[in-house]
Design a protein around this ligand. Structure first.
Ligand code: UDX
Length: 444
């Protein structure tokens, strides 16, 4: 079979990684997005968001002339043999996935495609979406093209997306016939990881089930963290000990402010609704969601325990992104904590290594109540407490002696248990973690 040409529709965090990674593997790739600015920036070699390693892949792809960016799907649909759908599937009000972008692209492909095409669901979609795509194709293509549909869900973590694409734990292929299966196996022939080849519905469920389970692990350990706080136990040690059981595994057992981002919160809600639409009781995942939501109030309790009141206090805020190594602020804890602190009359000094620009778009600086600063030390200057909302590695390695000198009162409230308690206690801080005993000089 001659080398397949690849089209990737949607130059977001999944699509752009998919396009540049396939280009780095020697494929000719077309990438399209309806956001013309984004396409113009990509043509000039500018990545629209921060993702470690993406800029290098983009440069290489453009250098080799293996990457073609288009502001509409016409050329891509004409040129590509395999068309990956990487468009957004955002949550609707009721938590279900909004598939209107998928439907729109499917219609466009059906009307324009000629010859053999394989449409591949890459974005996370509810089970049976492929059936709707197929129905749309049959309705609009009027037999002009021989179009197949398959599922190839992504398991990319922001901040590690390139590594997760090029060195995946597994590849999942959902196909209903040999042609579709063979084409996808050809794209991934250089990958020596387990390849699960199954029917499309099973492949669609694997993705949602995986994310829902990861969220369940996080909420489980946060539930245990609440009990540890109530009893004076240490959740970090519980996580370490549990994680040594290879059936459990240590990953995703870090207690703290819980999960944010554009995937886990959305996928838990969507999967719950899918289950209920098929008449199955998904209360387990409703509890996962509830526990996650309750992290914010738990953290605010720690702030009041440490400060009595946040009113007229200066608070340094470290971390605005939903997790380290990304500038993505979707569903980040900061978006829920900061308004509550402002409501209480605190003055905030916000710092993040890369996400301040994104945060500023939603929270333009208002010097009368909060400001953005360029370093964690500026955030600590004249502060009554330092609040850690994202577990950036840098925050663990700060010069806490210097931080203490800058602060009015030496208090750290750590939403991600990222700081070494012994280190900060030894220089005289009060330290308030999640799911662990607070360290303060014997007050109360
Ligand atoms: C997730 C899935 O990991 C990935 O496989 C899927 O393709 C997309 O969704 P991502 O949303 O990028 O990836 O972030 P992830 O690394 O999963 O973290 C999600 C959230 O959980 C972050 O807010 C993180 O801070 C939080 N988290 C993670 C915890 O609170 N505790 C943990 O132990 C791990």
């Amino acid at each position: 079979m001659e080398k397949l040409k690849i089209g990737v529709i949607g130059m977001g965090r999944v699509g752009l990684v998919t396009a540049t990674a396939f280009a780095s593997l020697g494929f000719e790739v077309w990438g399209s997005d309806k956001d013309k600015n984004r396409i113009e920036k990509l043509k000039r070699g500018k990545t629209p968001f921060f993702e470690p390693g993406l800029q290098e892949l983009l440069n290489k792809g453009i250098e080799k002339n293996a990457l073609h960016f288009c502001a509409n799907n016409k050329e891509l649909i004409a040129e590509a043999d395999v068309l990956f759908l990487c468009v957004g599937t955002p949550s609707r009000e009721d938590g279900s996935a909004d598939l209107s972008q998928v439907e729109e692209v499917a219609r466009e492909i059906a009307l324009q495609a000629k010859g053999k095409k394989l449409i591949v669901e890459k974005s996370t979609v509810p089970v049976k979406t492929a059936q709707w795509i197929m129905r749309t194709i049959n309705l609009y293509s009027r037999g002009k093209a021989d179009i197949e549909v398959a599922s190839n869900p992504e398991f990319l973590r922001e901040g590690k997306a390139i590594e997760d694409f090029l060195k995946p734990d597994r590849i999942v292929i959902g196909a209903e016939n040999e042609t579709a299966k063979e084409k996808l196996l050809q794209l991934y022939e250089k990958f020596n990881c387990p390849k699960i080849v199954t029917d499309i519905k099973t492949a669609e469920i694997i993705k949602h089930a995986s994310n829902a389970f990861l969220a369940t692990k996080i909420s489980f350990i946060n539930l245990v963290a609440d009990l540890c706080e109530a009893t004076g136990a240490d959740v970090n040690i519980v996580s370490d000990a549990m994680g040594l059981d290879r059936r459990i595994g240590r990953a995703f057992l870090d207690a703290g402010l819980g999960y944010g981002g554009s995937c886990l919160p959305k996928d838990v809600k969507a999967f719950t609704l899918i289950g209920e639409n098929f008449g199955i009781n998904f209360n387990l995942l409703k509890e996962v969601d509830r526990i996650n939501d309750s992290r914010i109030d738990r953290f605010l309790e720690h702030i009041h325990q440490a400060l009595w009141t946040a009113k007229s206090k200066v608070l340094g805020i470290l971390g605005l992104s939903f997790k380290p190594e990304t500038d993505d602020i979707r569903e980040t804890a900061a978006l829920r904590i900061i308004p509550k602190l402002l409501e209480e009359g605190a003055y905030l000094k916000l710092y993040d290594p890369v996400a301040s620009k994104a945060f500023m778009e939603q929270f333009p600086e208002d010097p009368s109540s909060f400001t953005y600063v360029k370093s964690p030390y500026e955030s600590a200057r004249d502060a009554h407490a330092l609040l850690i909302l994202t577990d950036w590695k840098d925050f663990r390695e700060l010069d806490f002696k210097k931080i203490k000198k800058l602060m009015i009162t030496p208090i750290i409230i750590d939403g991600r248990n990222i700081v070494d308690p012994e280190e900060v206690i030894s220089v005289g801080f009060e330290y308030y973690p999640m799911g662990r005993r607070p360290w303060h000089p014997g007050r109360f």
